[in-house]
Design a protein around this ligand. Structure first.
Ligand SMILES: NC(=O)c1ccc[n+]([C@@H]2O[C@H](COP(=O)([O-])OP(=O)(O)OC[C@H]3O[C@@H](n4cnc5c(N)ncnc54)[C@H](O)[C@@H]3O)[C@@H](O)[C@H]2O)c1
Length: 413
C-alpha cells in the first residue's frame, strides 16, 4: 500500500451538512464484509429511526463483478476507483470493507475530504498506520466529521447486556476472564494462500483477524485497560499452495495460525485470550467467560441470543447458572425487532452497528468504538507480537496523555 504521508493529513473540509440529506453512502469492498454491511444498510431504516440516507455506490476492483454485486445488494451504482468516489459531493459516508492494508489510506483520504468513515477491524495493519488514522479522525472530529471502527460484536444484544450487568456491579469485582475465538477454515493444510496469510497484506494472522475482536470484548465488557501482556504465536502450516490448484507451487505462510495471550488489566483482573484458525471443528466459536466475586457471566456466539448468569449473592441452595434469553424489548437493540423469543442472528450486529453510526452522525456525538479505541487494541496486538518474539516475555503497556500506549519489555520469561 501507499503509506499515508503528510500530504494526506486532514484538510479543513467540514462535515457534510444534514441539510444535504439524504446522506449519500459508498461502501468499498463487496465480498464478505461488503455483503454483510450492504445487508445492514439495506434493512436498518426498516427497523430503526435513522437519518435519511441512500445506498449510492459500491466500489470494487472488477467492474463486472462489482456491478453485479451492487445490483444484488441494493446500491444505485458501482465504481472501481475509490478515490473518485471519495471526491464526489453526493457522497457523505465511506464504509470501508476492504482488507486491512487499505484501511489507513482510504480512511485518511475520506476524512480529509470531510466524509464520515466506518472502517472494518482491525483498525490497520501497523501501529504507524493506526496512529495516522487516529490523528486524522481526531482532526476530522473537530470539524464534525465522525469515524468509527467496526467491532460488531459490541452490538450483540447479549454482550451489550453483559456489559451493563458488569457495570452495575452484578459480578462484584471481576477477577478473571477467558476469551476464546476459534475457527477451523485453515485446518486443511492444502487450503490455499489468500491475502489473509501474507504479512504484507494481512499484518498478522489469527492475531489481528480474531484476537482483535476478543481483546476488544475484554476492554468493552470490563470498561478497563490492559497494562501488561504476555503472548505466544504459532504457525502450524508454514507453506501452502499458491492457488486453489493443489498442484500449484507452495508459498511461505508469513502470519500466525493461532495466538495465545495473558492480559493484566488496570483493575488487577487477568484475561486469557486464545485464538485459532486451525481449531478443527470450531467454525466461528467466540466464547467469553467473566468471573467476579459476586457472579459469573458466560457467552457463546453459537447461541448469541443467550447469556449465562450466575448470581453468587443468591442463597447457595438456589444458586446455579440461569439462562437469560436476551430477546425482551428491555434488552439492548431488541425493541426494534420481533416479538419476544423471535430470535435474531449474527447479521443483526451489523445492522445495529450502522444504526449506532448513523445516530452518532445525526446527534454529532462521537461514536464508539472510536479510532482511539481501535488503536488501543492495536497496541495490545503489537505487544503480543513483541512478547511472542521474545519467548513470551512480559510486556508493559504504559498509557500516555495522548491515550496511546508504548510497549517495552520489562522482564524476560
Ligand atoms: N467484523 C467482522 O466480523 C469481520 C469478518 C470478516 C472480515 N472482517 C474485516 O473486514 C475487512 C475485509 O475483509 P473481508 O473478509 O470482507 O475480505 P474479502 O477478501 O472477502 O473482501 C475484500 C474486498 O475488498 C475489495 N478490494 C480489495 N482491493 C480493493 C481496491 N483497490 N479497491 C476497491 N476494493 C478493493 C475486494 O474486491 C473485496 O470485495 C478486513 O479488515 C477484515 O479483517 C471483519
Amino acid at each position: 500500500m501507499t503509506t499515508p504521508t503528510d500530504s494526506s493529513l486532514p484538510s479543513d473540509r467540514p462535515a457534510p451538512s444534514l441539510a444535504s440529506r439524504p446522506l449519500g453512502v459508498a461502501a468499498i469492498g463487496y465480498a464478505f464484509m461488503g455483503k454483510a454491511h450492504s445487508n445492514a444498510w439495506r434493512n436498518v431504516a426498516s427497523f430503526f429511526d435513522v437519518p435519511a440516507f441512500e445506498q449510492k455506490v459500491l466500489v470494487g476492483r472488477d467492474a463486472t463483478q462489482v456491478a453485479e454485486a451492487a445490483a444484488k445488494y441494493g446500491w444505485a451504482e458501482s465504481a472501481t476507483d475509490w478515490r473518485e468516489v471519495i471526491e464526489r459531493d453526493d457522497i457523505h459516508i465511506i464504509d470501508i470493507c476492504a482488507p486491512g492494508w487499505m484501511h489507513a489510506e482510504i480512511a485518511i483520504a475520506a476524512l480529509d475530504a470531510g466524509k464520515h468513515v466506518l472502517v472494518e477491524k482491525p483498525l490497520a495493519n501497523t501501529l504507524g498506520e493506526a496512529e495516522l488514522m487516529v490523528a486524522a479522525g481526531a482532526a476530522a472530529r473537530k470539524r464534525g466529521v465522525q469515524s468509527m471502527i467496526g467491532f460488531n460484536y459490541r452490538r450483540v444484544p447479549a454482550l451489550a447486556l453483559a456489559r451493563e450487568l458488569i457495570a452495575e456491579g452484578r459480578l462484584g469485582t471481576v477477577r478473571h476472564v477467558r476469551a476464546a475465538y476459534l475457527q477451523d477454515w485453515l485446518s486443511d493444510a492444502e487450503s490455499p494462500m489468500t491475502w489473509r496469510l501474507r504479512k504484507e497484506t494481512a499484518g498478522s494472522g489469527a492475531l489481528g483477524d480474531i484476537a482483535s475482536h476478543a481483546i476488544d470484548q475484554v476492554l468493552y465488557l470490563l470498561g478497563d485497560d490492559v497494562t501488561e501482556v504476555s503472548g505466544r504465536l504459532h504457525t502450524f502450516v508454514d507453506r501452502r499452495p499458491r492457488s486453489a490448484d493443489p498442484e500449484s507451487a507452495l508459498e511461505d505462510v508469513t502470519v500466525d495460525d493461532a495466538a495465545w495471550a495473558t492480559l493484566t488489566l488496570a483493575s488487577g483482573a487477568i484475561a486469557s485470550v486464545e485464538v485459532s484458525r486451525v481449531a478443527t471443528g470450531q467454525k466461528n466459536s467466540l466464547k467469553l467467560e467473566i468471573y467476579g466475586d459476586k457472579g459469573t457471566i458466560l457467552f457463546d456466539l453459537e447461541n448469541l441470543n443467550e447469556l449465562g448468569f450466575l448470581d453468587a449473592t443468591a442463597p447457595v441452595r438456589e444458586q446455579g447458572f440461569r439462562r437469560i434469553l436476551v430477546n425482551e424489548p428491555e434488552h439492548p437493540y431488541l425493541e426494534a425487532w420481533w416479538p419476544q423469543g423471535h430470535i435474531i442472528g449474527w447479521e443483526h450486529t451489523f445492522t445495529h452497528q450502522i444504526r449506532d453510526f448513523l445516530s452518532a452522525i445525526a446527534s454529532g456525538e462521537a461514536p464508539s468504538p472510536s479510532f482511539e479505541e481501535g488503536l488501543k487494541v492495536q497496541h495490545i496486538l503489537a505487544a503480543i507480537e513483541e512478547s511472542a518474539a521474545a519467548k513470551s516475555s512480559l510486556i508493559q503497556l504504559s498509557t500516555h496523555a495522548t491515550n496511546t500506549a508504548t510497549a517495552t519489555t520489562i522482564e524476560g520469561a
